[in-house]
Design a protein around this ligand. Structure first.
Ligand code: NAD
Length: 483
């Protein structure tokens, strides 16, 4: 019999008052794993009330003690590393290696939070006037919430929760209803760490709970990661309600390959960047732009290798690529491939109607390679979020930069080259928040901000790094005279 996931509020697992349940499936085996409640505004109100009530005691807990919680949290995630990785695979469909990579990245964010006692320190100046001293102090700012996507169900919540609470705030997470099981396990671990009640809270659901968080008067700020269309809604709703907000959106990431690049090494990197997590990464390589002679070399080599990727069930350690998240994602991706063919592109490797023996009902899309994609087509401009790599041709370096900069997205862009001048001009001129040079997935480590631009980000302070310390704290200036 199916079980319904509970919310975690005020130190207890509690049933949601939801009247709607959303099934959670293993997208490869189609096993019905659980039901996720579509929590209501009343559920959110309970969580915010608990987080607000916990704030004063938690902010008064010494910062070194708060950081120690992170030490214990890290040890617990390490101890459960394989189990949590398996949960990520089951609910998401990625491979076991990809899930392990995700959990490792999540742990890096817990490591970063352990530095909060250093990073929250501020500055001061004596004698700004005779006998008067001025200092800055950073204080926690209140109750924060995060609304997170399906594609990194464990890692993305960890971009926010550890730093927010170690800064002294209290926290509510609303994960994706498509992948709520990794965060359920995360909160089972947090529960064992005996945080004061109300410091960490979990509300499962979709739009109603997200909206209630954004509109609740006692929520100070919201961190969001998801598609650009929703990021824009989040940004507008939060700002209208007077909240601070950081909303990381979708992407269409370009990789330029110069004729002077090492084609073999470039192809190896591009394969990982395009088909890793079945293309469901905001840093996935979506378009490879071959400059001059690099185009044909790239197309030939990719065509050989793409078709050989081993697609299968993520828990099989030999699998190189898993499923996409759902049947509706499969339909969307397949229709975008069809549209690209209609728009005149050449579908060199076609992943439509793909299947894996033993898992015939799974949401499979095979790795797809589409050549001769033109700049003004859907495939060049819209996010596919699936295992589809488009190939475009550019006559020159400048032409490639123009193609990349016409995109409405600006999450990441990479160049493969052996020429330092090209690399330097690429870094200088390309409008994207994360730039890779001979790197396929330009993923910032936890101590750097994740810096999308244009429609890939709405807000001022990005997630992670020093930006997250700014986002999760309030600065106060103290001016003192003692006579
Ligand atoms: P999504 O935008 O559909 O959902 C993200 C979250 O928003 C979920 O928790 C969902 O329940 C909630 N939500 C959906 N509609 C809402 C609404 N109208 N109001 C309030 N909340 C709403 O995204 P997804 O499909 O879960 O994730 C994939 C997307 O996330 C892709 O576009 C990908 O590029 C993006 N992404 C971006 C980053 C980044 O750092 N920029 C990282 C990972 C994923």
């Amino acid at each position: 019999m199916s079980r319904t996931i509970k919310n975690y509020i005020d130190g207890d697992w509690v049933e949601s008052g939801a009247s709607t349940l959303m099934p959670v499936h293993d997208p490869a085996s189609c096993e019905h794993l659980a039901d996720c409640p579509d929590s209501t505004a009343a559920d959110v109100d309970l969580a915010v009330g608990a987080a607000k009530a916990a704030f004063d005691e938690w902010r008064g807990t010494p910062v070194l003690v708060r950081a120690q919680y992170m030490h214990h949290f890290k040890v617990m995630v390490e101890d459960n590393f394989e189990e949590v990785s398996r949960i990520v695979v089951k609910e998401h469909g990625k491979t076991m290696d990809e899930a392990r990579g995700e959990v490792r990245r999540g742990i890096e964010s817990i490591d970063f939070a352990m530095s909060v006692p250093v990073l929250m320190r501020s500055d001061g100046l004596e004698d700004i006037s005779s006998g008067i001293d001025e200092t800055t102090v950073r204080q926690p700012a209140g109750v924060f919430a995060a609304i997170t996507p399906f594609n990194f169900p464990l890692m993305v919540p960890l971009w926010f929760l550890p730093t927010a609470i170690t800064c002294g705030n209290t926290f509510i997470l609303k994960p994706s209803p498509q992948t709520p099981l990794s965060t359920e396990f995360l909160f089972e671990m947090l529960d064992e760490l005996d945080f004061p009640e109300g410091v960490v809270n979990l509300v499962n659901g979709a739009v109603p709970s997200a909206t209630a968080l954004m509109e609740h008067p006692d929520v100070t700020g919201v961190s969001f990661v998801g598609s650009s269309a929703v990021a824009k809604i989040i940004y507008e709703t939060c700002t209208r309600n007077g909240k601070r907000v950081q909303a990381q959106g979708g992407a269409k990431n370009y990789i330029a390959v110069m004729p002077d690049a090492d084609i073999e090494a470039s192809v190896k990197n591009i394969l990982g960047a395009a088909y890793g997590c079945a293309g469901q990464r905001c840093l996935a390589a979506a378009v490879a732009v071959g400059v001059g002679d690099a185009y044909d070399a790239l197309k030939d080599e990719l065509a050989k290798q793409v078709a050989n990727l081993k697609v299968g069930y993520g828990l099989d350690e030999t699998t190189q690529m898993g499923t996409v998240i759902s049947d509706s994602a499969k339909e969307r991706i397949e229709s975008m491939i069809a549209q690209s063919a209609t728009e005149g592109a050449d579908v060199v490797v076609d992943g439509r109607d793909f299947n894996v023996a033993g898992y015939e009902k799974g949401s499979w899309v095979g790795p797809t390679l589409i050549a001769d994609v033109q700049p003004d087509t859907t495939m060049a401009n819209e996010e596919v979020f699936g295992p589809v790599l488009a190939l475009m041709k550019a006559d020159s370096f400048d032409d490639a930069v123009d193609i990349i900069n016409q995109s409405r997205y600006g999450n990441a862009a990479s160049i493969f080259t052996s020429n330092g001048k090209n690399a330097r001009e690429f870094k200088y001129n390309v409008n994207a928040g994360n730039i890779g040079v001979n790197i396929g997935v330009a993923a910032p480590s936890a101590s750097f901000p994740f810096g999308g631009q244009k429609d890939s980000f709405f807000g001022d302070l990005h997630g992670q790094g020093m930006d997250s310390i700014e986002f999760y704290t309030e600065r106060k200036i103290v001016i003192e005279r003692w006579v």
